[in-house]
Design a protein around this ligand. Structure first.
Ligand code: GUN
Length: 291
């Protein structure tokens, strides 16, 4: 079997065009653009790239994007003060604090302070709880992007066996909830799971979100499975001094067995930012409607 390649770049472009139309209508109706404020603390190179892309793509669809860059020595109190200001600012519809944060700042303390209605990452316990109780509000962007790719592939989820590798609050747990809401039978696997390859072989839908380069091998995958690779790992190419990006899935091996697979780069990655833009529009609409 040769796998269908699930093109996230193209699907993200379609979604951005849809968001752009929604933003135009929002501006026409409310006389202002939806606003997204992204906060970066420190100089992690990958985070710098991600946050710049978030700001740039926001602007491209007509969202007012602002990137706040704070030095690595920023105290928790300073970050809390910025978030209080953004929470109170009526022109701010979405707030995103890029993770990871420097070690002097407690991540959960900070994320809990973002007003749930502005929490476009969907990381606030209120939004996580709404999702878990079947009332999704602002849903985490990466798993939402995974679901859109599955939908695009025409994957039948009702009754399907889904295995999600990774139990993070950012991807694994919300992915579980979204798959469950579509009536899949979902298992979360993690570092303590016994015989992971055997478990993965049962999956009709396999979502890999562990951050271990090419961990999922060809013989872990059932013939005809749909494989979603969330990993973005930079690895050295031996003998060249160069690096390249690989996913959590050994792409060439798995593509021989899977019915469909997301590439890295160009799969889940572009969908994450497109879903963030969509969440910002959703948050802006909900905030004006709540007035
Ligand atoms: N760091 C890696 N992924 C994410 C994400 O989706 N949101 C935020 N805020 N930080 C991240």
């Amino acid at each position: 079997m040769t796998a269908q390649i699930l093109d996230g770049k193209q699907l993200a472009e379609t979604l951005r065009a849809e968001v752009k139309r929604g933003v135009l209508a929002f501006v026409a109706e409310h006389g202002r653009a939806p606003g997204l404020d992204v906060v970066l603390v420190g100089e992690d190179p990958a985070s710098q790239v991600y946050t710049r892309n978030k700001e740039k793509q926001a602007k491209e669809v007509g969202i007012r994007g602002t990137l706040h860059t704070l030095p690595a020595e920023t105290t928790e109190a300073e970050l809390v003060a910025l978030l209080a200001r953004l929470n109170a600012d009526d022109a701010v519809d979405g707030i995103l604090v890029q993770l990871p944060l420097p070690k002097q700042i407690r991540e959960q303390t900070v994320l809990d302070l973002i007003r749930p209605e502005k929490d476009v990452d969907g990381f606030h316990p209120v939004n996580a709880g709404l999702l878990a109780s079947g009332r999704p509000s602002l849903v985490p962007c990466t798993p939402r992007g995974c679901m859109k790719l599955l939908e695009r592939a025409g994957t039948k989820l009702a009754g399907a066996r889904a295995v999600v590798i990774g139990r993070s609050n950012i991807v694994g747990k919300p992915a579980l909830q979204l798959l469950l809401a579509e009536s899949a039978t979902v298992t979360i696997a993690h570092s303590r799971t016994k015989d992971l390859p055997a478990l993965c072989r049962e999956a009709d839908v396999l979502v890999a979100a562990v951050g271990r380069p090419e961990m999922v091998r060809g013989d872990w995958v059932k013939d005809g499975a749909v494989v979603i690779d969330v990993g973005i790992n930079r690895v050295e190419v031996p003998g060249t001094g160069k690096t390249r990006l690989v996913g959590d899935v050994a792409y060439d091996e798995v593509a021989e067995r899977a019915a469909a697979i997301t590439p890295v780069p160009g799969g889940v990655g572009p969908m994450t930012i497109a879903c963030l833009l969509e969440n910002t529009l959703v948050a802006a609409r909900a905030r004006v409607a709540a007035r």
